[in-house]
Every structure is written in C-alpha cells, then in structure tokens.
Design a protein around this ligand. Structure first.
Ligand code: NAP
Ligand code: MG
Length: 497
C-alpha cells in the first residue's frame, strides 16, 4: 500500500486526517482483500468543514453562474479522460461489473456537462406586474452550505447528481460519502480540485453515518441535506432535520416491478428482467425485485428465465466476461440469504438459486441469481427491499390486478410494463404510482436530464437529476421593481381598465 491508499478528508482545499486518529479498511467485495484505508472523522472535523464552506460561500455565490459552470465543464473533461481508470477503481471498491462501472462514470460525465449548461440557464420568470411602471421577476438564489450524504451502490453517479447542481447554483458543500466506497469519493474530489474549484467550495468528510452524517444533519450552519440511502436512515434524518426546519431531500428504497402482460414481447421482457434483477447484483435502488406476470404466460416466463440464468457468469467484475459480481459485504450476504428463508417459509416456490456461491479462487461475497415464483403480493419477499440478486414472480389475471399489485407496496420508485396494446400502455402510464415508469423497457435506465426519484416511502417529494435537482439547491427570490415614483399598493391601487 502506498500513501495514496489512505483516503483522507478534504477540508478548505487541504487533504488531512480526521481527528479521531482511526482508519477503517476499504475491502474489495470480489476478493475480500484490503484495498486501503479511510480516515474516520469526528464532529470537530464536520464543524471545521462547515466553517470552511461558510467562508467559501461568501465568495462563491458572487461568482457568475456561467463562470462556475466552467469548473463543471473541466470536471466533465477530466472524468472523460479518466473514465477507464475510475471504472476500475469503482469495480474493485464495490463489486459491480466493469461494463456497468463504465456506465456509472458516464453518468457523472453527462451530469457534469448537463449541469454546466445550467450555468447559462438557471431560469426564473419575468412577468408583468399588475401595477403600471413596475416589473416583476423571480430568480434562483443559492441556499448556502449543503450537506450531501450518499450510499455505496452508485458512489460517483449519485455524488454527481447532488454535488454538480449544488455547486453550479452557487452553494458550497460538505459531503459525507459511504464508508464502503471512500476511493471513488476521493477521486471525484481530486477531479474537482484539478478542475480549479476554489478551496472550501467542496469539502469531503469521511466517517460513519452515526457520527459524521448526524453531525451534518444537526449542524445549524448546514441549510439543506440531500440524502440517498435506506428508508430507515432517511426517516431518522427527516425527523431530526424537521425539528430544525431544515430542508431535506430524501431518495430511498424501492420494490420495483416489471409487469409482463399476455401480449408481451417475451424475449425482450426476459432480457429486461435479467438485467434489472441481476445487474449490479440486484443492488440498485431501481432493481427489478418483483415480476407481476399474467398467469397465461407465467410458465413460459419461468422456463425462459431458467434457460437464461446459467448463462450469467458469477465472479470478479474486473473479468470482462463476468455478468454478476459480488454483493457489498458479508452482512449483506447474510441478509439476502435470510430473506430467501423467509420466502420459503411464506410458501413461495424457489425456482432457482437460493444459496451462496464460491467462484473458484475467490473469497468474496457471492450469491446465486435467485427466482421465486407463485408468490402472493402480501408476502414479505414481495413487500420489502432485499437489495440482492433475488426476484419474485407474482401471477395475476388482468391489467387491473397487475396495477393494483404494483401499487400495493410501501415504495414508489420505478415500474415497467411489457405489452403491445396502446390502451394498456396509456392506462399503465397514468395509474402506476411510481416516480419513474418504463414502457417496454426494464425498471432501470434513468437518463440524467429527467427528474429521478419516487413516491410514497421512496422519497419526500424532491427529485435528484434534471432541472428538478435545482429546486433542492436553490431558494426562489421574487423581486418587484417599481419605477413609477409613487407608492403603488398591490391588490388595492389597481384601477379599472
Ligand atoms: P444507508 O445505510 O442508509 O447509508 C446511506 C448513507 O447514509 C451512507 O453514507 C451512510 O454512512 C449514511 N448514514 C448511515 N446512518 C446515518 C445516520 N444515522 N445519519 C446520517 N447518515 C447516515 O444505505 P446503504 O446501505 O448505503 O444504501 C442502500 C440503500 O440506498 C438502499 O435502500 C437503496 O434502495 C437506497 N438507494 C436509493 C437510491 C435512490 O435514489 N432512490 C439510490 C441508491 C440507493 P455509512 O454507511 O458510512 O455509515
Ligand atoms: Mg469497499
């Protein structure tokens, strides 16, 4: 290990150790090998990072937005130059296969250029006043210091969804990444530094959620918290932030379904289910975790899945022919296996999988792609997020049933329908109550210029990505300019025309 294998905090433009003096190991889940270590911080480090961000905000908010955007364009360039190197670090750090890791870095590249473009937009409204010789407009203002708390499953994409709009809008940032993926955070911050971001605009503080995350949520100097992660943690953040009247944007779990109707293009549906259920080893918030299948095509679908699953090699994601990498850690492996036992006890039928795997020579955390069938909508395996390579088939008899089953979960992130019938398509588009709906495509595949997020237990009404992200990181200011030279009173001095 070299000095660079220790991930350090970045506060006010300096790389430094956290004040706890302790380090955690960064494990490669494909091999169980130690890649390096990450510094652990205390509340004191968070306080210093917030002070640095507060000081930087006083200048950064006054830099014209198109100039702030120049930094984002350079970030995009550097990400593009380093795409392969970053993808390899990403695969080693959290396990997803190289092809998907490249896709994730591409998402950050796209976001950098898209949000760079926002530097020349950040549009508000200009509107006539109801009074003569007066004009009215609205502008987006940065909010101040924002706290970002991100998960390990998309360590650079999600960080890009949050940091790029926050920074282009003129805010300054304190970022706490997941302790499981410290190197991607370090690489991303290094790129911001090289791109010329002034010290203090983006600060990185490593440490556990319960220490560093909570300190950010509770710090009075942090105006906004943008969080992606589990429902449980999101709920506790919302409660604490609510008591402080702090704005919080939450993106949390999903229980996403593909609906396969009796007129579906079956081979396309199978492609989508395999990609959605087993891509990123099922550890995507938009993973396909349920398949709601018309009873008349259920047996055919089961057989097609059984035929295809043995063709998905399991192993180290650095190996280009591997299609399913490891899960993140041993705790996760156990949790997934526990859910499989629950499914069996509930009476669902295990079609394939349901056990750990040891690809030759690898000591990582592997689970076989697992399919349950003949489940009912109220079983726990059909209701709770498993976050592993497990998908559950639920038979139904009509589109109405399918939509009802789709909607009868606590989450509302993504849903998908396979059908050739335009009337069914438009009914589903209207009635599926998730933040994202796909037609004849699987549950994953969001593009960065559209809003990303979910309804019900998945979120709290905010969205990442697209222009919607700016709503999280800006405050509206309405400005009235009166050039009449008299006191004009709205709603009172409006004469008849
Ligand atoms: P997690 O345990 O909730 O952790 C997410 C982040 O929150 C990590 O940085 C974690 O830090 C931090 N954290 C933990 N406890 C905290 C606390 N008390 N206060 C403040 N921060 C705290 O989730 P995860 O296991 O990393 O990620 C998986 C979850 O994320 C799944 O539920 C998945 O569906 C969801 N997800 C949602 C989306 C979406 O956009 N809807 C996208 C991706 C993932 P440490 O881990 O370092 O302690
Ligand atoms: Mg790791």
């Amino acid at each position: 290990m070299t000095e660079w294998d220790r991930a350090l905090n970045y506060i006010d433009g300096r790389w430094e150790e956290g004040s706890s003096g302790e380090f955690a190991e960064n494990i490669n889940p494909a091999t169980n090998e130690v890649l390096g270590t990450v510094t652990l911080s205390t509340t004191e480090d968070v306080n210093r990072a917030v002070r640095a961000a507060e000081a930087a905000f006083r200048k950064w908010r006054l830099v014209p937005a198109p100039r702030r955007a120049q930094v984002l364009y350079r970030v995009g360039e550097l990400l593009r130059q380093r795409k392969e190197q970053l993808a390899r670090i990403l695969t080693q750090e959290m396990g997803k296969v190289l092809e998907e890791a490249r896709g994730e870095v591409q998402e950050a590249i796209d976001m950098a250029f898209y949000m760079g473009g926002e530097g020349r937009r950040l549009f508000g409204q200009t509107t006539p006043s109801e009074l003569p010789n007066k004009m009215a407009l609205s502008v987006r203002e940065p909010v101040g210091v924002v706290g970002l708390i991100t998960p390990w499953n998309f360590p650079i994409a999600i960080a890009s969804w949050k940091s790029l709009p926050a920074i282009v809008a003129g805010n300054t940032v304190v970022w706490k990444p997941a302790t499981e993926t410290p190197f991607m955070a370090r690489e991303f911050v290094k790129i911001y530094e090289e791109a010329g971001l002034p010290p203090g605009v983006l600060n990185l503080v490593y440490g556990s959620g319960s220490v560093v995350g909570e300190a950010l949520v509770e710090h009075p100097g942090v105006q906004v918290i943008s969080f992606t992660g589990s429902n449980e943690v999101g709920r506790s953040i919302a409660a604490k932030a609510g008591a402080r009247l702090k704005r919080v944007s939450l993106e949390m779990g999903g229980k996403n379904a593909v609906i396969v109707m009796d007129d579906a293009n079956m081979s396309l549906a199978v492609d989508a289910i395999l990609w959605g259920a087993f891509g990123t080893t099922g550890q995507r918030c938009t993973a396909t975790s349920r398949v709601i299948v018309h009873r008349s095509v259920k047996a055919q679908l089961e057989q097609m899945l059984l035929d295809r699953i043995p063709g998905l090699p399991i192993g180290n994601g650095l190996d280009e022919h591997v299609r399913i990498g490891p899960v993140i850690n041993a705790v996760s492996l156990r949790r997934i296996h526990d859910y499989v036992q629950i499914g069996l006890q509930e009476g669902a039928r295990l079609l394939t999988g349901g056990h750990t795997v040891e690809p030759s020579g690898l000591r990582g955390f592997y689970y076989a792609p697992t399919v349950f069938t003949d489940a009912t909508a109220d079983m726990r395996i059909a209701q709770e997020e498993i976050f592993g390579p497990v998908v559950t088939l639920i038979p139904v008899d009509s589109l109405e049933d399918a939509i009802q089953v789709n909607n009868r979960v606590a989450f509302g992130l993504s849903s998908s329908i396979f059908t050739q019938d335009v009337n069914r398509v438009f009914t589903a588009m209207r009635d599926l109550d998730t933040g994202i709906v796909y037609v004849n495509a699987g549950t994953t595949g969001a593009e960065i210029h559209l809003p990303f997020g979910g309804t019900k237990g998945t979120g709290n009404g905010h969205r990442d990505s697209g222009q919607a992200a700016l709503d999280v990181f800006t405050e509206w200011k309405s400005i009235y300019v009166d050039f009449s030279g008299t006191l004009q009173r709205a709603q009172i001095d409006v004469g008849n025309v």
